[in-house]
Design a protein around this ligand. Structure first.
Ligand code: MRU
Length: 363
């Protein structure tokens, strides 16, 4: 998507053909910084410390990490080693494992001497594929927005609530939950987005709001606790969120707080959609609550908040007593029964094993 008048993806190969350049998301919305990363350790840090974040982008970034390792040492042992190092950076998002498996399965049969070139090529393809998947999700989700718009008075916006950032910054381009929103805007369908701030890391306030502002999408930032209140008053027409891992039974793991939005949506008959590229489906898992590992992040993310001071300095402030412990589960699981539909690249699936199998036969 564009930043100013220049088109950016969130990750791209540097001119040296060996490093990648990424948007360092830790500084948004205050500062737009691009950094070069050229080592496996750098890639692991960028994923773990959330310079890049969002399930699809984590997957693509890890694929480039594998390529960097193959340029250093293309042996089988190095291939297995880099898989392990990168896999443990963030445990919940399944796209990470998907991309690492994809790279290893592709590279393993090749002679070591051919692996580096092939790995960079395959990582680039995975990045391109992500863009195509998200664009297709946009086309399919647009139909839902059009249906809702058709039931409203002419010119009245479709009010969409979203949680966390499942925008282009969480992917290579377009985003998952935001793709239908961007396509609706391009098509001239009036939309208005309620952006959950998404504590503790504030991906909504810092990233989704920045995206919406940058692309001229009317939006309003709300605190995480406001969604239910707005739904009770008929101010939300639909919810669209992304997902970090969805099970074969249709349980949806996403940023902490998503489950509460789904409960409020069910209580108020507000349709609750999940935008889902197929690499985010974990076909090996059925019961999300029992089987998905939930990342427990640093308590500092709860107790300390990043912001920009009046003198323009980007800094952290403490919001709780020094001695108060904080817990920080980063994701929760929304049971399939609360999900109206899964917007995939192939169409909108029912959130159930049957629904997903019908959409992806052979899985
Ligand atoms: O912890 P993050 O910022 O990597 O988490 C990302 C999310 O949970 C998003 O909500 C998103 O939906 C999943 S990625 C499209």
């Amino acid at each position: 998507m564009n930043v100013g008048d220049r088109h950016y993806r969130t990750i791209w190969l540097s001119d040296d053909g060996r490093s990648v350049e990424i948007i360092d998301q830790r500084w948004l919305p205050h500062d737009f910084r691009v950094v070069k990363v050229g080592t496996v350790a750098g890639i692991a840090a960028a994923i773990r410390d959330m310079w890049v974040r969002g399930a699809p982008l984590i997957g693509v970034t890890s694929a480039y990490g594998v390529a960097m390792q193959m340029a250093n040492d293309p042996s089988d042992a190095a291939l297995d080693g880099v898989w392990e190092v990168l896999h443990e950076t963030r445990p919940t998002a399944i796209n990470l494992r998907w991309a690492l498996d994809e790279m290893r399965n592709f590279l393993r049969p090749l002679p070591p001497g051919q692996r580096a070139e092939a790995a960079y090529r395959r990582a680039g393809e995975i990045a391109d594929e992500d863009v195509g998947l998200n664009r297709a999700i946009g086309v399919n989700g647009l139909e839902i927005i059009k249906d809702i718009a058709a039931r409203k008075a002419p010119g009245e916006p479709v009010n969409i609530l979203t949680h966390c950032n499942a925008g282009w910054l969480a992917t290579v381009d377009y985003g998952t939950a935001t793709a239908p929103i961007y396509l609706a805007t391009e098509a001239g369908i009036p939309v208005h987005v309620y952006v959950d701030e998404t504590r503790p890391r504030n991906q909504g306030a810092q990233l989704t709001a920045w995206e919406m502002a940058g692309h001229g999408v009317p939006h309003t930032l709300i605190v995480d606790n406001a969604g239910g209140h707005l739904m009770q008053r008929g101010q939300i027409d639909m919810v669209i969120v992304g997902t970090d891992r969805t099970t074969a039974d249709g349980d949806v793991c996403n940023k902490i707080g998503t489950y509460l939005k789904a409960l409020a949506a069910a209580d108020n008959d507000v349709p609750f959609y999940v935008a889902l590229p197929s690499p985010t489906i974990d076909w090996t898992v059925g019961d999300g609550l029992a089987e998905i590992p939930i990342e427990q992040r640093s308590s500092d993310e709860v107790s300390l908040v990043w912001g920009k001071t009046a003198n323009g300095e980007i800094a952290q402030v403490r919001i709780s007593p020094e001695t108060t412990p904080a817990a920080n589960p980063a994701f929760d699981v929304t049971p399939a029964r609360l999900v109206t539909g899964l917007i995939t690249e192939r169409g909108v699936a029912k959130a159930s094993r049957e629904g997903l199998k019908a959409m992806f036969p052979g899985r």
